[in-house]
Design a protein around this ligand. Sequence first.
Ligand code: ASP
Length: 439
Amino acid sequence: MNLQYISLLISASILGILFFMKTKKNNFGIRVLTAMIFGVAVGIILKNNALIIEPLGTIYVNLIKMLVIPLVMASLISSITTLDNTEKLKRISFKSLGFLIATTVLATGIGLIVGKVMNLGSGMQFVKDAAFKAKEVPKFSSVIVDMFPINPISDMANAKMIPVIIFSILVAVAINVEGTKQPEAVKPVKDFISSFSKIMFSLTRMIIELTPYGVYGLMVPVAAKYGVASLLPLGKFILAMYIGCLIHIALVHGSLIALIAKVNPIKFFTKISEALVVAFTTRSSYGTLPITIRVLTEKVKVSDRIASFTASLGASIGMNGGGGVYPTLVAIFVARLFNIELTFAHYILLFVTAAISSIGIAGVPGAATISATVVLSSLGLPVEGLAMILGIDVVVDMIRTMTNVTGAAVASILVASTENELDVDAFNKSDVKNELTVA
Ligand code: ASP
């Protein structure tokens, strides 16, 4: 029998096992972990023959992406219309941007330390890649102009998060303004949107149920395409990224949660673990957004409005991994590769450009290549050095996206706690064992 059919049979049996585990009421986290392990094993052993299962992962990601625009719009509009205080809305906006960008600046610092300590790029030879074409860096002015909505339908269709958020806020503010004059006139729209948002949350829950199968379908192709041998030459860079991101999460995120939100960081990370797994495997903060919002509201007990607002912004602003740790490590790697000594002025510029270029990155796979290009060119480093690490980008993107999503979730809990929109008692009450199961 053809190897592809055998691999299909094996995959079908694994999916069967995952389903059986569900019927036996096995913990959600355990099922996802099992799917990951099986996915990596099947990918490594069966290589390209296992790719027949790839569409399963693609369908899963598409299903979550399907939710993003309707969910974010409905939950933002319905939650802001419960807020009749525009001062508060302004405060929430400033705080969200502040926390998202500040944590990215801290991530740049962590990247700098890890990159320097590990002496990234030393002992490596630059190998020119003739096929490499540097990504075109958008002008800063056009990044700003692009943040504002033009045609809401085209913004929705093109998944442009920031214009969609701004449009939703404007609609919600208009509902509030009109509502103070003629409450009856806006009531049907308010009721419809609030009910629609509940339905979208319910749909999110149904799709999250598919996570173990989706994760299996996503892990197989990654493991099949990136054998250990292909990762080895750049092992040090990959290691630096994983170490940098994990230190950032443990140290920076952990202490901000303990100091500002005054809750147990381990409990927090356990509560958002579903979103982290989905981020790691899908490599898209945008695609993970419905799950991020759901874990924030249902498990972390952040209010709907902060969860939908701050987490959505965090899917394209800040990006601790893709806008902070990654471009910094790339800069250190490339500088060393070309024997360019980085000066104090370079470091200052690094912090500033990393913060600025982290605004408006799309939360899609590979997007951080743009922030890395911006940082390299503004530091005057050869952009073609980036080509050396593009071959392993998928593996690096996984931890980057997980860090981006953690950053967005951390910003949300920080804004919520400083705005009295975090239910600390409910956060503490729910027991950790249940956190790993689908609500
Ligand atoms: N894939 C990342 C995300 O969606 C962006 C990046 O770091 O490339 O958050």
